[in-house]
Design a binder for this molecule. Structure first.
Ligand SMILES: *[C@@H]1O[C@H](CO)[C@@H](O)[C@H](O)[C@H]1NC(C)=O
Ligand SMILES: *[C@@H]1O[C@H](CO)[C@@H](O)[C@H](O)[C@H]1NC(C)=O
Ligand SMILES: *[C@@H]1O[C@H](CO)[C@@H](O)[C@H](O)[C@H]1NC(C)=O
Ligand SMILES: *[C@@H]1O[C@H](CO)[C@@H](O)[C@H](O)[C@H]1NC(C)=O
Ligand SMILES: *[C@@H]1O[C@H](CO)[C@@H](O)[C@H](O)[C@H]1NC(C)=O
Length: 397
């Protein structure tokens, strides 16, 4: 936890870095806030489900995942691996998007390609034997957003001892690059015509379960972790599964927690309740983690969920100075790239007035605190010492 006292951001001098490494990015960030270095890998899985979002009927749904793993046998990374924040094509497509209705084009100097993330290269013995039942967290992005747009926050959470698996929503994410070189672009939009969020929600709910299926049947092998009961011949090594997501991804996490008994905990990062969710029942502990002032309609949805849908332990927290996209990496990327001053209005529309690093610390502390108490049974208060250390975190309920 002492880690959070240090600034995790290092801005390399472009000239210097460029002189040493031919393709070095101008900016670099070290995402670790917890005790362990984090490695990343990107893996595709093929499901046997018909893909309701695909333009062609009969398409079986394929999912692209990022796996963020803590290296729990070491507190120091001996082999750093600098990874582009996004693959090049994804970076150029994501730059033209309007997440949550906010166009990024006015922030002309924003360049997802100019940022590198300092991960730790995968070693063969990732998980120490002292951690036989490592919990797994599954994450989904907001509507038409990319899994890459959350990796800094997710890597922070992974660095506290969680394998975090994030997944794109195929045919909804603006562009997905698969390892075989193929790309898939969105087939859902925001207009009344065609497929929209209402169509995506049930598909996303099933995606969470498909990833758990793949872990259980051995199709998804997390490097260094022998997860499947098949491959070990005994009880698997999964130590409890938590789900969380941003926006529609958070709404889908709640529905997945209501329908899939393998899920033990959920967090909704500022995700509205859909009218199709009015009959769900969430038996496991659930945490509503929201912006300072939710949109009209959104707050009623959470009130309704609080009174009617959340049957387990529950908490509702609002963070002062935040906006909807404060629950993405975007404010951090803008900060690291030095764009906060020049594009102040745009930056505040995106991430509110809270300092990006502060919001990242709150998102990390709250999410890790919740999953620790439910999945690891640490029994610590959420936002331990909250009066003194987290005056900007408001416990709504
Ligand atoms: C560091 O990791 C890279 C792969 O990312 C590997 O090729 C290299 O051998 C590793 N170096 C050491 C010293 O382990
Ligand atoms: C892809 O998303 C964009 C932005 O929301 C939208 O304009 C476009 O219509 C979408 N494509 C399809 C096929 O729905
Ligand atoms: C989604 O479904 C709700 C309830 O059926 C409806 O009110 C809303 O207009 C739908 N949204 C879109 C974009 O179709
Ligand atoms: C909720 O349950 C009621 C009563 O069983 C039913 O009439 C309604 O159609 C359900 N709504 C949804 C969105 O599932
Ligand atoms: C946070 O917001 C609440 C309600 O708007 C306010 O009462 C409180 O003083 C704020 N705290 C800080 C530290 O800004």
């Amino acid at each position: 936890m002492q880690k959070s006292r240090h600034s995790p951001i290092t801005i390399a001098l472009a000239f210097f870095a460029g002189a040493l490494l031919p393709n070095a990015a101008a900016f670099s960030i070290q995402p670790q806030l917890g005790p362990y270095p984090v490695s990343v890998s990107n893996i595709a899985i093929q499901t046997s489900r018909d893909d309701a979002l695909a333009p062609q009927s009969g398409t079986k749904r394929r999912l692209m995942l990022s796996i963020l793993q803590p290296q729990m046998d070491t507190f120091a990374c001996h082999n750093s691996s600098y990874t582009p924040y996004m693959p090049a094509r994804t970076a150029s497509v994501m730059k033209t998007q309007e997440p949550a209705g906010i166009p990024l084009s006015p922030i002309a100097d924003l360049d997802f390609n100019a940022l590198e993330v300092e991960y730790c290269a995968l070693s063969s013995s990732l998980v120490s034997l002292a951690e036989p039942r490592l919990p797994i967290l599954l994450f989904q992005p907001g509507y038409q957003n990319s899994r890459f747009s959350y990796q800094l926050n997710l890597a922070s959470i992974a660095s506290s001892g969680y394998t975090v698996i994030s997944m794109d929503s195929t045919f909804e994410t603006p562009i997905i690059e698969f390892p075989d070189g193929s790309t898939v672009v969105n087939n859902t939009g925001i207009s009344e015509d065609g497929l929209g969020p209402n169509d995506s929600l049930p598909v996303r709910v099933a995606d969470y379960s498909s990833v758990i299926d793949a872990l259980e049947n051995g199709e998804l092998q997390v490097p260094g972790l022998e997860l499947s009961s098949k491959s070990t011949g005994e009880e698997g090594k999964i130590g409890g599964i938590g789900v969380f997501g941003h926006s529609i991804g958070g709404a889908a996490a709640l529905s997945a927690a209501s329908s899939d008994p393998r899920i033990a905990a959920a967090i909704d990062w500022d995700g509205q309740i859909f009218s199709s969710q009015i009959n769900i029942s969430i038996p496991v502990p659930a945490f509503l983690f929201g912006r300072e002032t939710p949109l009209p309609g959104h707050v009623e949805g959470w009130e309704f969920a609080w009174d009617n849908l959340l049957k387990g332990e529950k908490v509702w927290v609002a963070v002062n100075g935040t906006q909807h996209l404060s629950f993405t990496d975007l404010p951090i990327v803008l900060d690291v790239e030095g764009l906060r001053k020049e594009y102040r209005e745009n930056v505040e529309a995106v991430g509110g007035v809270i300092a990006p690093e502060r919001q990242r610390e709150i998102l990390w502390r709250g999410s890790v605190g919740w999953f620790d108490s439910v999945l690891k049974g640490t029994g610590e208060d959420l936002f331990h010492n909250r009066i003194n250390d987290y005056p900007d975190v408001r416990f709504v309920k």
